[in-house]
Design a protein around this ligand. Sequence first.
Ligand code: TXA
Ligand code: MG
Length: 339
Amino acid sequence: MPILKISEGSIRHAAELISAGELVAFPTETVYGLGGDAFNPSALAKIFEAKGRPRFDPLIVHIADLGALERVADLSSLEGAARRRLSLLAENLWPGPLTLVLRKQNAVPDLATSGLPTIAVRLPAHEDARRLIALSTGAVAAPSANPFGYLSPTNAGHVVQTLGEKIALILDGGQTQVGIESTVFDIQSGLILRPGGTPKEAIEALVGSVETGASSIEQDSPLPSPGLLKSHYAPRSPLVAHDSESMRALPDCAESAFLFFDGASLGAWLDGRLPEECAALAIAALCETGDATKAAAQLFQTLHELDRLRPKIIHAQLAPERGIGMAINDRLRRGAGNA
Ligand code: TXA
Ligand code: MG
């Protein structure tokens, strides 16, 4: 499959492919997406097929500007608090790593939303991504460009390694900035369905206190909650998530990889030893200073690197449970299969 560096020319080419029903992997500010025309059922079917994704797990539809929102979402029945939530969040946090769940417009095929009456919509901050969407059909369905259940891709190489054969084109825009997927927020219920790149605190500053949980539709559904599936974002090696204390108490082991949240925790574990004096297969810290935003940007990249070494086990330290640290912990717990 061709990989092209992002440029006006390659974006135009990619837009033509999407308009013709093909799949293109492209960078967003969060992770790389596997994009197809959101109005084309056969393109949507190709996305599920390429990812090996179950049809009950709905896709996020990406738009290029606020004006396109009503092409995919039906806002007519929104009232009171829900309408206020939408205008506050869309006006202040879009474009950005925030996905809003709204009522679906009939023009969008049911396949995009797995038959749900709701649709997840995102207006990404990445300018090249928005240009691609605007030049194609204006609405691009794009899950993260990884095989179902595996680590999300934060550079073009990750996409090539796992989905390369199945995609018409990969647009290479380098390493993604945020490094963790968008926060998914249900406008009607006011719940965070998936913690992500937009911190809970940023949402609460606009709309007041919000909870994290499953939407009422999901709770009523006999199917597993979309996106809240237990084993998700998982490396091939078994992952175990630890709080700081249990991480610090772990014995050194030649077959294990150790992923610390910050440099201080790594230093405390080393307890005077040099890293090269340890038996461990690999030792890493997500961020030397413990800045959660920087740590999130490194999370999937570092897990990909550790996973490539095929350790018997990857031990990972959880982040402090606030801000984007909540998204890091969500991914680590799901990767460990114990969310
Ligand atoms: O940052 C991101 O969101 C990336 C980039 C490519 O934009 N995309 C992404 O897509 O993470 P995906 O498919 O890997 O995750 C979509 C999430 C899933 O958790 C899915 O269940 C949830 O959004 N979702 C989609 N439609 C929904 C709906 N109608 N109701 C509730 N959850 C929904
Ligand atoms: Mg994903």
